[in-house]
Design a protein around this ligand. Structure first.
Ligand code: NAD
Ligand code: MG
Length: 368
């Protein structure tokens, strides 16, 4: 890539946002250079301001309107424009970037992700909840604007990398680490504290996705994300437990060939792929894969008895209509309640199930 590519980062202060900044900063002086247009955060003004200064961004926006003055003060004299509130986030998403990293957590990221897609930029999508809730809307907006949605969720990025003949795909297999409770009994999980559930064995991520990994709702959301992203049916999608997170997903073709993407569990790999697409960029700091040192790769079937959230998402994949929206919304509320100590770990899936039952009880015309 010759020209300097302009990037905006929605959710810059989060785990994915910080990894994206690491990739961008590490590329300085290499053959792939980036400049940053806008950065956003929910409320961490101090970190957002220091990122904006470090990157020489043109615009920084904070979601919490009350923090406008704080951000303005923190960036005083820098020449960096400042905004706050929902409109400022949309402004940041629509600014003149070649690629927008969508890394806000939850459905709160939908409005700005949609704005980024409508701007016609490449959208490096981490915010899976927006695809789960509004996949057809985002796809249609991309078709109209000419935007390319480039998944950076590691599984979907893996699929994207090996999906050369979509019309010949028989099956797509998402790998799942199984999370911190992979080998726990239901009885043990019943007593699980937020602290234990937040201890993911392979990935260091934000708290919401880490809890989703512990319940396996994350893999359920990813099934729906994959169905929308790659136009797949429920019967073309499956999940396999792969504890070491080395194989990031697999695509099976109708001639018996199976293509997979492998690599260390390091988000900088899929992020860099999306930022540099359709090229690739060198990541000298990423640990190389040494299969002989790893020795063996293990795979197991998922257990939906112990992880009912996965089965609920599979049910929504079949049901379609508004069910993914209800699944996601009830899960966001339940995860928050668990993190605040208001409900137990197993009650997360119970809440989601109850919300879905309410939806299913409604007449079919109201479920769309
Ligand atoms: P995080 O909690 O570390 O960061 C979230 C970011 O969103 C922060 O910048 C925060 O300020 C911002 N934010 C939070 N609430 C907001 C709101 N209401 N309005 C505006 N901004 C808000 O989360 P994360 O782990 O970086 O995950 C971000 C997204 O990427 C999630 O959808 C997650 O599922 C997905 N994802 C993350 C990883 C990972 O490795 N962390 C991997 C795959 C996919
Ligand atoms: Mg993932």
């Amino acid at each position: 890539m010759s020209a300097c590519r302009k990037i905006s980062i929605l959710g810059a202060t989060g785990s994915v946002g910080r990894a994206a900044i690491d990739v961008i900063a590490g590329a300085r002086g290499s053959e792939t250079e980036f400049s940053v247009v806008s950065v956003t955060a929910n409320a961490n003004v101090e970190l957002l301001a220091s990122q904006a200064k470090q990157l020489g961004a043109q615009f920084a926006a904070v979601a919490d309107e009350q923090l406008y003055e704080d951000l303005k003060t923190a960036l005083g004299g820098t020449g960096i424009a400042v905004g706050a509130g929902a409109t400022a986030l949309v402004e940041a998403a629509s600014a003149n970037a070649d690629c927008v990293v969508s890394a806000i957590v939850g459905v709160a990221g939908l409005e700005s992700t949609l704005a980024a897609v409508q701007s016609g930029a490449n959208v490096a999508l981490a915010n899976k909840e927006s695809m789960v809730c509004a996949g057809p809307l985002l796809k249609e907006a991309a078709r109209r604007s000419g935007a390319t949605i480039l998944p950076i969720d590691s599984e979907h990025n893996a699929i994207f990398q090996v999906l050369d003949r979509p019309e010949r795909v028989e099956k797509v297999t998402l790998t799942a680490s199984g999370g911190p409770f992979r080998t726990r009994t239901l009885e043990q999980m019943k007593a699980a504290t937020p602290e234990e559930a937040l201890r993911h064995p392979n990935w260091s991520m934000g708290s919401k996705i880490t809890i989703d990994s512990a319940t396996m709702m994350n893999k359920g959301l990813e099934l729906i994300e994959a169905a929308y992203l790659f136009d797949l049916n429920a019967d073309q999608l499956e999940v396999v437990i792969h504890p070491s997170s080395i194989v990031h997903s697999l695509v099976s073709y109708d001639d018996g060939s199976v293509l997979a993407q492998l690599g260390q569990p390091d988000m900088r790999i899929p992020i860099s792929y999306a930022l540099a697409w359709p090229s690739r960029m060198r990541l000298p700091d990423v640990q190389r894969l040494d299969l002989a040192a790893i020795g063996s790769l293990e795979f197991f079937p998922p257990d939906t008895k112990r992880f009912p959230a996965l089965a609920l998402a599979q049910q929504c994949l079949e049901l379609g209509g508004a069910s993914p929206v209800v699944l996601n919304a009830s899960n966001e509320v339940a995860v928050d309640a668990f993190l605040q100590g208001r409900i137990g770990f197993l009650e997360i899936a119970d809440c989601v199930e109850e919300a879905l039952e309410t939806l299913i009880a409604r007449p079919a015309t109201e479920r769309q």
